[in-house]
Design a binder for this molecule. Structure first.
Ligand SMILES: CC(C)(COP(=O)(O)OP(=O)(O)OC[C@H]1O[C@@H](n2cnc3c(N)ncnc32)[C@H](O)[C@@H]1OP(=O)(O)O)[C@@H](O)C(=O)NCCC(=O)NCCS
Length: 209
């Protein structure tokens, strides 16, 4: 018998969290429902759900959104492999959108640019649905995303900018502070944060990439 062929893809195959199987209700096991929990790359079809979460998270607070709906559509069209969504029963509950960048530090131009085949991922936005915040979801999604990036060939680091109050959140995830960012949006100023993905040959060998 021929061995099955393994086709490697740069995209994230959807994977599901295992939910406990009910022993008391076998009928429930047979019913085909949406997966309880799924992580996958986003597509342009997810843009509206993304933007709804983003709008609530940012516009109501600061009047500014990291990405407009058009920019979400552009990035999910150009580099869907640098995004990740967390879906619960088909509903988007948290997401990350990234794009490629090729300079040492982030510049204003990075906000609307994807540089293909570059060693750096610029994380534009991480956002959790307001009903799901403070439950660990932002941290879990970020951790999964960084593990996933390690498996993508050629990537060395992830960069992002955030407001001062979120520096501890990203430090807990392993990011290091790089100092004040050249990027500003309206009156908002930011700190640049960096996460090293490289030098992890051992982790790669043992992570099922
Ligand atoms: C920031 C965000 C992604 C965190 O996700 P989350 O699932 O709520 O966070 P977790 O439950 O994983 O972790 C909680 C930790 O996040 C940090 N945190 C979350 N929101 C915070 C806030 N408004 N101010 C300060 N720290 C905050 C704290 O360190 C907190 O830990 P603590 O409760 O012990 O203080 C989420 O709150 C969110 O979507 N906020 C709106 C959008 C946003 O600001 N995104 C980040 C910039 S791109």
């Amino acid at each position: 018998m021929m061995a099955p062929q393994v086709v490697s893809s740069p995209f994230l195959k959807p994977f599901f969290l295992k939910t406990p199987i009910s022993v008391s209700s076998p009928r429930r096991q047979r019913r085909h429902t949406l997966p309880a929990s799924e992580f996958r790359n986003l597509t342009p079809q997810d843009a509206i759900s993304v933007f709804e979460i983003e709008r609530e998270a940012f516009i109501s607070v600061s009047g500014e959104c990291p990405l407009t709906l058009d920019e979400v559509l552009v990035f999910l069209g150009q580099c869907p492999e640098l995004s990740m969504g967390w879906f619960e029963e088909g509903q988007l509950v948290a997401f990350i959108i990234g794009s490629g960048w090729d300079k040492e530090k982030l510049e204003q131009e990075a906000m609307s640019t994807h540089v293909p085949d570059s060693p750096t991922v610029h994380i534009h936005v991480l956002s959790v649905h307001r009903h799901c915040r403070q439950q660990g979801k932002g941290s879990i999604l970020l951790w999964r995303y960084l593990q996933y990036l390690r498996c993508l060939p050629g990537l060395r680091r992830a960069l992002l900018v955030c407001e001062e109050f979120l520096v501890p959140f990203y430090q807990k995830a392993g990011f290091k502070e790089k100092g004040p960012s050249a990027i500003s949006v309206a009156a908002l100023t930011f700190t640049e944060m960096e996460y090293q993905l490289g030098g992890l040959a051992y982790a790669r060998r043992n992570s099922g990439c």
